[in-house]
Design a protein around this ligand. Structure first.
Ligand SMILES: Cc1ncc(COP(=O)(O)O)c(C=O)c1O
Length: 423
């Protein structure tokens, strides 16, 4: 009965009006306001799955993301799904049940890697540093020497803490111990340096909703030849695609077969590769969006884009300090594109966020787990890594903080940010 009444009300609203979201400036840790060019690309009409126009777009998108990941990896594709889908695809395809996997955890998303690796049947070994810090190369090497994992799964930028794990030397170190290196660069890619080949990263996955300026729903992924060799050893072709579905041809023993069909990178690579062997139906609209995101990055120049994120990130950092807020974590290892600040004791953090949204149309981020209720996270990424977005956020935050009784220096935030821009 209750459901019937509720649904009647929901249906009246939904059938009566198309979506018309309120105007928002999304200054949290992602998703961020989507670049209008990406929205326009995503409104283009569909073509068939094997239309030459579609397969050309797929190949172009692969070439674009090779540039974004800074790699020559042939196996560079999109996984249909949010960033977590890319993570699952990489881990389920690279981990054979029983494999040892080392997960260095420095925030929420390290815990996510651990959980996914466990679900893939790995023998997971975790090393942790306190949230707000990163690992030294020496600490990572010591852990690898002790565990001797088949795979090390590491986050680059952990959005939960804003920390950016240095990766130089990590891949080479892993390879000296015969381990593969997987990196989740969802939050960091295109706003912080990421050098897939130079850093010898074997598998990397990302998402569009952070520095790439798009919506969530597509996960760019790249695999090194070493990682492809692991996938190749587990390759199988779906029964319904074989001439004789009952034959054992093109299948590997059940024990080594990849435990997911949707995320089986062998099948996904056969679909994106010259065989164009049918797997899922590519999410065409997301592909249009992902293609436009990468075009935006490369038109601006990867280095110029990173420099832009650095500039506006520094202005936001100076601005929040200018407001008298205390920055969370090891600032020397902070990502360029997001800053976390301690919520002043005198204010109710959720009430401040609600007022920012209601009165100013600006969203800033909350936090998870041990940081829940203690820090806000403020992003300057993708389309919103802009001077006007930084200044209007700081000016609004100042008003709301004052209204809530926090002692703030008048104009302190915008003045400090302007000093960064004047340098
Ligand atoms: C570092 C990192 N990894 C993974 C994810 C999960 O992404 P999604 O929500 O797109 O699945 C996020 C999302 O914020 C993230 O910041």
């Amino acid at each position: 009965m209750e459901q019937t009444i509720r649904d009647a009300a929901l249906l009246r609203t939904a059938v009566g009006a198309p979506v018309a979201p309120p105007p928002r400036l999304l200054m949290g840790p992602g998703p961020i306001t989507v670049d209008p060019r990406v929205l326009r690309a995503m409104s283009a009409q569909l073509v068939g799955q094997y239309d030459p126009a579609m397969t050309a777009y797929m190949s172009e998108t692969q070439a674009l993301y090779r540039e974004v990941f800074r790699t020559r990896n042939e196996a560079t594709v999109l996984i249909d799904g949010t960033s977590r889908a890319g993570i699952e695809a990489a881990l389920v395809s690279l981990i054979t049940p029983g494999d040892k996997v080392l997960v260095p955890v420095f925030g929420r998303f390290g815990h996510l890697l651990r959980e996914i690796a466990e679900r893939c049947g790995a023998e997971v070994h975790v090393r942790e540093v306190p949230w707000g810090q990163v690992f030294t190369l020496e600490a990572l090497e010591e852990a690898v020497r002790e565990v001797r994992p088949a795979l090390v799964a590491l986050v680059q930028g952990d959005t939960s803490t804003t920390m950016n794990q240095p990766l130089e030397g990590v891949g080479a170190m892993c390879h000296r111990y015969d381990a593969l290196l997987y990196v989740d660069c969802t939050a960091s890619l295109a706003g912080n340096p990421f050098e897939m080949d130079a850093w010898e990263v074997d598998a990397a996955t990302a998402g569009l909703q952070k520095c790439l300026g798009g919506p969530s729903g597509s996960s760019p992924l790249s695999l090194s030849p070493r990682a492809v060799a692991v996938v190749d050893a587990r390759r199988s072709v779906e029964a319904g695609l074989r001439a004789d579905p009952d034959s054992e041809e093109d299948t590997v023993p059940q024990a080594v077969r990849i435990r997911s069909n949707y995320f089986d990178l062998g099948m996904v690579l056969d679909y994106w590769g010259p065989k164009r062997l049918n797997h899922h139906t590519e999410a065409t609209t997301m592909l249009y969006g992902a293609r436009e995101c990468a075009r935006l990055v490369l038109e601006e120049g990867l280095e110029q884009g990173i420099a832009r994120h650095r500039l506006h990130g520094e202005a936001m950092l100076a601005g929040v300090q200018g407001l008298g807020l205390e920055v969370y974590g090891d600032v020397a290892h902070k990502m360029t594109n997001v800053v976390a600040v301690h919520i002043p004791a005198v204010v109710d953090g959720e009430a401040v966020r609600a007022e920012m949204l209601h009165d100013y149309g600006i969203e800033i981020g909350t936090s998870f787990g041990p940081l829940a209720g203690t820090v806000w996270r403020i992003g300057t990424m993708g389309y919103n890594a802009r001077k006007d977005a930084v200044l209007v956020t700081l000016a609004s935050l100042e008003q709301v903080l004052r209204a809530h009784g926090a002692p703030v220096a008048p104009g302190g935030g915008t003045a400090a940010a302007q000093e960064v821009y004047a340098r």
